[in-house]
Design a binder for this molecule. Structure first.
Ligand code: ITT
Length: 198
């Protein structure tokens, strides 16, 4: 069974593909073209399921496993923002850079140079007659000054627990080891293998 990835985010595609064999995971856009999916759930899990179900239904295939990732960064001292709104924190269609700047502004407004923060990833797996959601988290802090070019999204202002550098500055191998997405995918992998063997 082919694994289809229900995401349009290039950073996610890159990270998820790096955890599987080459060409094992195909982004949906290669099969269906570009598509906007409305994410109107109230949790990461709900939004992940919305994305995976939408692509599974559009594909209309009984030999495909669709996986999606809904993720974001949560800063408890900033009212839990941006959370599930991470991709549109600075408004609909905002760039990663604008969203990051908004979070920096919110920290500065509160006179905080840094604040505890965590990333969440919910990975949904949708296959014929089966649906699963697994989660992973990465804890650390958000800082008020972006550093480094690596990763994507909020990575230049996220310092993982046990490090002084941001994910933007650290070797990508470290993110691969520590990230919310990697942890959720480690849980997803045996489920995917089980579904493929049925
Ligand atoms: P899809 O819905 O097409 O998958 P998206 O970017 O809209 O792409 P989400 O709704 O899940 O995805 O929003 C995730 C946002 O959270 C993403 O745009 C980043 O701003 C942030 N984010 C998630 N994981 C991240 C990571 O590993 N590093 C940095 N930022 C991350």
């Amino acid at each position: 069974m082919q694994i289809i990835l229900a995401t349009s985010n290039k950073g996610k595609v890159r990270e998820i593909q790096s955890l599987f064999e080459k060409d094992e995971v195909v982004p949906f856009s290669e099969l269906l073209g570009p598509m906007e999916i409305e994410e109107n759930g109230s949790t990461f899990a709900e939004n992940a399921l919305i994305k995976a179900r939408t692509i599974f239904e559009k594909l209309g295939r009984d030999d495909a496993i669709v996986i999606s990732d809904d993720s974001g960064i949560t800063v408890p001292a900033v009212n839990g923002e941006p959370g599930i709104y991470s991709a549109r924190y600075a408004g609909a269609g905002a760039s990663d850079k604008d969203n990051l700047s908004k979070l920096v502004d919110e920290l500065k407004k509160r006179g905080m140079k840094e604040a505890p923060a965590f990333y969440t990833a919910a990975i949904a797996i949708v296959a014929p007659n089966a649906e699963y959601v697994v989660h992973g988290w990465m804890h650390g802090k958000a800082i008020d000054t972006p550093r480094g070019e690596g990763g994507f999204g909020y990575d230049p202002i996220f310092v993982p627990e046990g490090f002084d550098e941001t994910i933007g500055e650290l070797d990508p191998a470290i993110k691969k080891e520590l990230s919310h997405r990697s942890k959720a995918l480690k849980l997803a992998k045996p489920i995917i293998e089980m579904l493929r063997s049925q």
